[in-house]
Write a protein that binds this ligand. Structure first.
Ligand code: GAL
Length: 662
């Protein structure tokens, strides 16, 4: 992979960034002094301010009042804490929604939502579009040279979509650009099916509730459109900022870990990477489910690093303990937060930020955990917050170093969306859970893998895994990767449709020549059931009646003797493997590939990741997620303790080290 090294992506912050969302508008002025005192105690050097403060700055049409924000910014500057200054546009206040009712979002059933919460806007509403540009411009003009300003934070977690008439009109314009004319649109969506041919642009609607299964082509284009509509909002604010504040980085808190794949982050990539742009991610763990927390953390981090092209990125939000909105209250065990935060940094984050600094006394998130919890400073959470702040200072020299992964897992948002379109042969062939499962299996094996787009330059990776790449126009990039010596592993039901969600002729379409396999028939497997393979392994969810055209059969289904399940094809200097089922256990496959862990001698559950500087300085992050004492195969000095480290040293249960290598 080609790493873009940005010299200092978070200027004015000494060392690694540490802090969280800071909402002083919820607190009386006297609390602010205590905030600063405690921030200093914890080593906080960056806070995100003004994210939900529209109502204070612009309390009525044409009325602007920056007194409180001036005070907040001056207070931070005086206390030596920098601001990630937000544009406050994510939550229009009631007066705005009342004055512009057409700016409230409409759902797929045609209900216009009422105001009363947040993110209540239609991305295509002209009044909202104009308001956010004005807001961003005014803030940038006022605070461009403020000593507290470290960077700009546009909006908050872009995900909103709207099915109103203004959105329909914007969708029509977007479609005309994409497909040229109505003939192009009719072809792309296959509107001869069920007699849905459009004869006028005004007939084209968002995917509103209709009587039966809607057109998959329409649904897919709608998701692309929604992502672009949000990107336009982000860009319009970023441009308004840059007019007044050209030298400060601009970011927004993305949700790259995929729980809400509302936007195509890879399409957003050029606008959130490069000079004066920063990939920042929010990541909240799923309390229950098959993937253990440390592997979830790694997934969020590796997806963010992938999006950043290997450059440093920033964990903008995580929770110190429970995220109240995640199916009820849960608590992190002692040490979890320390390990999670360190793991994000190990995987390229330039610090660790939280939602939020101080727990709110009121509002929908009053039971959400914070750096400073309701329980106060005599608490596990606070002690760990202070401890982690201290750790970040000790390892500050890792700032600017990068992680070089040997492996990648392919993630394509259009493919994720296409696989979710209605009318699929199986309801269980979702993409994200499968990507997470493969990533988790690699994590257990000690292999760090970027989440990468199939169209990117993949040449630096030894292994590329495509567990589910349903939509693919052409195999060209993957073929080049294999021919140049890469090992590509493709999961079933991949390469099936083109960019319009039309089934490629000759299954599995775009990948048939590359993998040398012909698929005759899909045979989905019932949820919970498994199928046996003749090598003793099992498959689940999906099988295919498949035949080798130009590939070696490695294993077959036991119940359909002679029906192959695993294929290998050598091509050029590399090889491609194809699976016609989803393996229950991925380890036997990794064994066949000879996939070794990144580090020799690491125990399972001991997370080992290396960050390196261009000048050769390198650091091994060792995080013991197990209940055992484990050896750590590294030599150097542990920056957390200052003590020398050699391969005879061990880490106790739950302990960590950051070893500067000799
Ligand atoms: C994020 C959001 C924050 C806060 C947090 C709680 O998604 O950006 O404002 O709501 O969740 O977990």
């Amino acid at each position: 992979m080609h790493i873009n090294r940005n010299a200092d992506i978070i200027p004015q912050v000494d060392g690694l960034a540490y802090g969280g969302d800071y909402n002083p508008e919820q607190w009386p002025r006297e609390v602010w002094d205590e905030d600063l005192r405690l921030m200093r105690e914890a080593g906080v050097n960056l806070v995100s301010v003004n994210i939900f403060a529209w109502a204070g700055i612009n309390p009525a049409p044409g009325v602007w009042d920056f007194a409180r924000l001036d005070d907040v910014m001056d207070h931070l500057a005086a206390g030596g804490v920098r601001a990630d200054l937000a544009t406050a546009t994510a939550s229009p206040p009631p007066w705005f929604s009342q004055a512009h009712p057409e700016s409230l979002p409409v759902d797929a059933e045609g209900h216009r939502l009422h105001y009363g919460a947040r993110a209540e806007y239609c991305p295509s509403a002209p009044a909202y579009q104009a308001a956010v540009v004005e807001m961003a411009g005014r803030l940038a003009e006022r605070y461009a040279d403020h000593p507290a300003l470290a960077m700009w934070h546009v909006g908050n977690e872009y995900y909103r979509s709207c099915h109103c008439d203004a959105s329909a009109a914007a969708f029509q314009t977007w479609l005309a650009e994409r497909h040229g004319d109505l003939d192009g649109l009719n072809d792309a969506w296959g509107t001869t099916f069920w007699s849905q041919t459009y004869t006028d642009w005004s007939q084209v609607l968002p995917p509103r509730l209709c009587a039966e299964t809607p057109s998959p082509g329409l649904v897919l284009d709608w998701r692309r459109f929604c992502s672009d509509a949000l990107l336009n909002l982000f860009r319009s604010e970023a441009e308004a900022i840059e007019r007044h504040s050209p030298d400060k980085p601009i970011t927004t808190n993305l949700m790259v870990s995929g729980d809400f794949a509302a936007v195509d982050y890879h399409r957003w990539g050029p606008h959130v990477t490069g000079p004066r742009r920063l990939v920042a991610t929010d990541h909240y763990l799923i309390p229950e489910g098959p993937i253990p927390w440390p592997a979830q953390v790694a997934f969020g981090a590796d997806a963010s690093r992938g999006l950043a092209g290997g450059s440093p990125w920033l964990l903008m939000e995580q929770s110190s303990n429970s995220s109240a909105w995640r199916r009820g209250y849960f608590a992190k065990k002692p040490g979890d937060q320390l390990r999670h935060s360190l793991s994000y940094v190990a995987r390229g984050s330039e610090g660790a930020m939280f939602f939020q600094w101080r727990a709110s006394r009121y509002g929908a998130e009053r039971y959400h955990s914070a750096m400073l919890p309701h329980g106060g400073t005599d608490s596990k959470v606070w002690r760990e917050i202070v401890e982690f702040g201290d750790r970040l200072k000790r390892i500050a020299e890792v700032k600017g170093s990068t992680v070089d992964s040997r492996a990648a897992i392919l993630l394509d948002f259009e493919s994720v969306w296409a696989a979710q379109t209605p009318g699929q042969p199986s309801a269980d062939m979702d993409t994200y859970p499968e990507l997470r499962r493969w990533h988790s299996a690699l994590w257990h094996r000690g292999v760090t893998a970027d989440l990468a787009d199939p169209a990117w330059d993949l040449d630096g990776y030894e292994y590329v895994f495509a567990p589910h790449l349903y939509l693919l126009d052409t195999d060209a990039n993957l073929r080049a990767y294999v021919e140049n010596g890469g090992t590509l592993v493709v999961g079933p039901y991949s390469g099936i449709v083109d960019g319009n969600d039309h089934v490629h002729p000759g299954l599995p379409g775009a990948l048939r020549d590359l993998i040398g396999v012909r698929v005759e028939e899909f045979v989905p497997v019932a949820k919970g059931a498994t199928v046996a393979l003749d090598d003793g392994t099992e498959g689940r969810t999906w099988t295919e009646v498949a035949h080798a055209l130009d590939a070696e059969v490695q294993a077959s289904f036991a119940d359909y003797p002679g029906t192959p399940a695993l294929f290998r094809r050598r091509l050029g200097r590399g090889e491609v493997w194809y699976l016609s089922t989803r393996p229950v256990d991925l380890d036997p496959l990794f064994d066949r590939l000879g996939l070794a862990p990144d580090f020799d001698g690491g125990a399972e559950g001991l997370e080992l990741v290396r960050r390196s500087h261009e000048d050769g300085r390198s650091y091994v992050f060792a995080i013991n997620h197990t209940d055992d004492t484990v050896p750590v195969p590294a030599k150097g000095t542990d920056l957390l303790t200052g003590e020398p480290w050699d391969s005879s040293r061990t880490l106790g249960p739950g302990e960590s080290a950051v070893i500067k290598e000799r």
